[in-house]
Design a protein around this ligand. Structure first.
Ligand SMILES: Cc1cc2nc3c(=O)[nH]c(=O)nc-3n(C[C@H](O)[C@H](O)[C@H](O)COP(=O)(O)OP(=O)(O)OC[C@H]3O[C@@H](n4cnc5c(N)ncnc54)[C@H](O)[C@@H]3O)c2cc1C
Length: 568
């Protein structure tokens, strides 16, 4: 039930719930436009899923791309979206995104500390009409967490298993250099520089302050908010929206000192991350997409959905996929904590691993995007009428040593401890491995043999692994003729159980192009906006590129705040 009007405890122009990319961008733009803004974050720390993310944002036609001479246009971006989204393409949302993408990024760069650089990452389907091999993916510039002073400790840290030495972030390009520090002078220098900085950091902070990717994005947003004097209150949770004359005029907020009524003169922005952790709701709403795991932030329990629905909002679940998916491996840590780890951070697309189903057969091009792999996993399980949880990555000891897998870093010794922990399954022969994971040994032997025959010529006639620019980007350039194909033949052999997990939801509150939440009649609810994963994704369950959730999160937050600032 919406809460009652009156008895305000505080008054602002713009009230934002959630401190991920969606919420902090909206708050920042609101403040830069001269509004008084308050951010309420349910968790004790700031940053949500954004803080643990890859931080990539997908923007068509950015000034970064133009300056780098990228061969791209807004028209090409539109063609790509139309092709990828098909019948789910919503022109109003796509046009809003394409129009405001470059301006939102320039606006942030000129007026705040939120700065990006271009990354040479292909669209996931770069061969499709309008696709590109580079020019659309931006990444936040690394950020020095020391700039936040004592507030550094308020930032949500990255995933534990993605940091080394108790809290040091390293990027994808640095890892191969750091695991061989003595093989070249530049490796050694890098290792010394990073380690020295990290050990100094650890004298003063609970983790390293050299922040990268998603953590750098939240650090940059948080610093910019501080510079604008925006009040960011943690452990302050949206309870209910307050309505007067069919307009949202504030919200009841639960804090450690009780429920506070906050008046929002220009509107309330819901950036509460969607319902990824509301499994009872998802099980009932999404019977075709059974899953038990998510990598979204634990606070994203659908509070924004429920509050908005109570105020008459509509959930848009007319999407191809209700979530953006990733294959994930699961590990119970010694302290009891469950790590859900995305397959593909270092191992995606590398040569010498195949994904198999419960029949011991491949079902997908393993070097495709995380989302495409899980879409195939579901389709295959449905086709076979089998349990979607019976899927494995099968590989050998040469692969494990060179690339690592899941949470196991490259060059790890003592694999048996991972086997004892139940994370990996081992077999001295393929037959033994097949028996250990309860699949038909003859089928798995046949699958591995067939895969291995593809490696000499470098052609995968079954799934085309290594055919696309994105596949090859994830492969190993040292391996020829196909950087994604190498035989699986060095015993012992291993299987990593993989599970579908969501990175965030695609279904969400239905909005217009200014992120205004719509009611069942398709009319905007005055004073109410939804951004980030609280808003139904403009990609409508498709995943055409890296950065397709954070890109729109930033762009629609920018539009929502500008709209609120222009509303009297
Ligand atoms: C491992 C991983 C890597 C990823 N990499 C990328 C990438 O590179 N590019 C990309 O585009 N996407 C990526 N994603 C997805 C992306 O991180 C999310 O889609 C995005 O961060 C969502 O932003 P948001 O602002 O909507 O929500 P979040 O960042 O999750 O923030 C929501 C916040 O709202 C708070 N909240 C919830 N309920 C309440 C309440 N009642 N009151 C107040 N606050 C509340 C939560 O505590 C949370 O802090 C990745 C996801 C994961 C898990």
């Amino acid at each position: 039930m919406p809460a009652k009007v009156g008895n305000w405890d505080a008054e602002v122009d713009l009230l934002v719930f959630g401190s991920g990319a969606g919420g902090m961008t909206a708050a920042l733009v609101g403040a830069l436009e001269g509004l008084t803004v308050k951010v309420c974050e349910k968790a004790p720390r700031i940053g949500g899923t954004t803080a643990t993310s890859g931080g990539a944002i997908w923007i068509v036609g950015s000034s970064h791309a133009r300056e780098a001479g990228a061969d791209d246009t807004i028209d090409e971006g539109r063609r790509y979206l139309q092709h990828e989204l098909g019948e789910h393409y919503r022109e109003d949302l796509a046009e809003a995104f394409l129009e405001s993408g470059p301006t939102a990024i320039d606006y942030l760069a000129q007026r705040s500390d939120v700065l990006f650089e271009l990354m040479p990452i292909p669209d996931y389907h770069s061969d499709a009409p309008g696709g590109t091999i580079s020019g659309r993916v931006l990444s936040p510039l690394p950020f020095d967490g020391r700039e936040l002073g004592a507030d550094f400790e308020k930032l949500q840290p990255p995933m534990r298993r993605l940091m080394i030495l108790g809290g040091m972030m390293v990027n994808r390009g640095e890892i191969p250099l750091l695991i061989q520090p003595f093989s070249a002078l530049k490796n050694f220098k890098l290792a010394i520089r990073l380690l020295a900085r990290h050990f100094l950091d650890r004298l003063r902070y609970s983790r390293g302050t050299r922040l990268l990717i998603g953590n750098a994005l939240t650090g940059r947003l948080f610093l910019s908010l501080k510079r604008q004097g925006v009040d960011v209150q943690t452990e302050a949770s949206l309870e209910a929206l307050i309505i007067e004359d069919r307009r949202i005029i504030g919200a009841a907020t639960r804090t450690s000192s009780g429920v506070k009524r906050i008046h929002a003169r220009r509107g309330v922005i819901l950036a509460t991350g969607g319902p990824a952790h509301d499994f009872p709701y998802l099980q009932q709403a999404l019977p075709d997409f059974p899953h038990e795991h998510t990598l979204a932030f634990g606070g994203n329990t659908g509070d924004g959905h429920r509050a908005a629905q109570a105020a008459g909002a509509l959930i848009d679940n007319d999407v191809t996929n209700p979530a953006i998916w990733t294959p994930a491996s699961i590990h119970r840590e010694k302290d009891g904590h469950l790590t859900v780890f995305p397959y593909g951070y270092l191992d995606r697309g590398k040569p010498g691993a195949i994904a198999i189903d419960s029949k011991g057969r491949r079902f997908v091009n393993e070097a495709n995007s995380y989302h495409d792999v899980v879409v195939s996993l579901y389709a295959n399980a449905r086709r076979l009428n089998r349990d979607h949880r019976r899927a494995y990555l099968v590989t050998d000891s040469a692969f494990l040593w060179k690339y690592g897998i899941g949470i196991i870093p490259p060059r790890s010794r003592f694999m048996d401890r991972w086997v004892r922990a139940g994370y990996l399954v081992k077999g001295n022969t393929i037959e033994e491995l097949a028996n250990a994971i309860n699949v038909d040994p003859a089928a798995l032997q046949d699958t591995v043999k067939r895969h291995n025959t593809f490696c000499t010529e470098g052609k995968d006639p079954d799934y085309g692994k290594g055919d696309t620019a994105f596949n090859r980007f994830n492969g190993d350039p040292q391996v020829t003729p196909n950087p994604c194909l190498a035989p699986i033949d060095k015993a012992p052999f291993y299987a990593l159980p993989i599970h579908p997990a969501s990175l965030g939801m695609s279904l969400g509150l239905k909005t217009d192009g200014n992120a205004r939440v719509l009611n069942a009649d398709g009319v905007p609810i005055s004073g109410l906006y939804a951004v980030g994963n609280e808003m139904a994704s403009m990609m409508r369950g498709h995943c055409p590129a890296g950065g397709i959730t954070l890109g729109p999160a930033i762009v629609f937050a920018y539009r929502a705040a500008l709209h609120a600032a222009a509303t009297h």
